[in-house]
Design a protein around this ligand. Structure first.
Ligand code: 8X3
Length: 251
């Protein structure tokens, strides 16, 4: 029986690339997201790779829906070996004193509370089985704040603290915890941040070759496929001409 991996926010970007990569690695995949049609299309693609696929349509912000989805998994899908907490994003780039309350709530509810909910639902089984791997998608933004990043950076700092905290709490087990911290990755990330302003989003990646979702998926696979005694605790992955969240050399 293949191992099982669950990826949240699998309908686009890093999540979609992770789902594809882990399926290629032979995992049976549970893919979750908010868009049923995207989930179905990806499920068909992954199934064609010869692995089992289960789709769960819910928003990680909806704790009741997340709980019902995970608790309602058929018995053969319940023993999740790898949880990729990917669902998240950035909304807005205003100065903190001018920020939008709704954007703040969306980021805090998705990037922090959603990740916590999934962890709370899935990690007890891992601890009980004494095996498993949690991969949290953090960010270079969690290492230091950058202009306008304020709340987004804070949520990614929280992902670092929650990854470190979980690693401590499961240190007596064989469960591993990895925090992957990407820099500039060209996905829908900036389109979301700028509320659909594609031109402004494109500007973020002007003059620099950004990372791709696939680059990050490779890092996830590296951590997950490492020998059992190896725990990749953290990986900071930047574009070559990026030195930090705020230092980017553009050509
Ligand atoms: C995404 C990376 O540098 O745009 O988390 O914040 S950055």
């Amino acid at each position: 029986m293949n191992k099982i991996a669950l990826v949240t926010g699998a309908t686009s970007g890093i999540g979609e690339a992770c789902a594809r990569k882990l399926a290629i690695c032979g995992y049976n995949m549970i893919i979750t997201g908010r868009k049923a049609d995207h989930l179905d299309a990806l499920a068909r693609e992954l199934a064609a790779l010869g692995v089992g696929v289960f789709t769960l349509e819910f928003d990680v912000r909806d704790r009741e829906a997340a709980t019902a989805a995970i608790q309602g998994l058929p018995p053969e899908w319940q023993e999740i070996d790898v949880l990729v907490n990917n669902a998240g994003g950035a909304w807005g780039l205003e100065p903190e004193y001018e920020g939008n309350y709704e954007d703040w709530d969306t980021m805090i509810d998705t990037n922090i509370k959603g990740l916590l909910t999934m962890t709370r639902l899935i990690v007890p089984g891992m601890v009980e089985r004494n095996r498993g791997h949690v991969v949290n998608i953090g960010s270079v933004a969690g290492d230091a704040a950058y202009a306008g990043g304020n709340v987004y950076c804070a949520t990614k700092s929280a992902v670092k603290a929650l990854s470190d905290g979980l690693r401590i709490d499961v240190a007596h087990t064989r469960v591993r915890v990895t925090n992957i911290k990407p820099g500039l990755v060209e996905t829908n990330f900036s389109v979301t941040r700028f509320h659909g302003d594609k031109e402004r989003a494109d500007g973020v990646y002007k003059g620099i070759q950004p990372l791709t979702g696939e680059d990050i998926a490779e890092c996830v696979a590296f951590a997950v496929n490492a020998p059992e005694h190896v725990q990749v605790a953290e990986l900071l992955v930047l574009a070559t001409h990026q030195a930090s969240g705020s230092v980017i050399h553009r050509q």
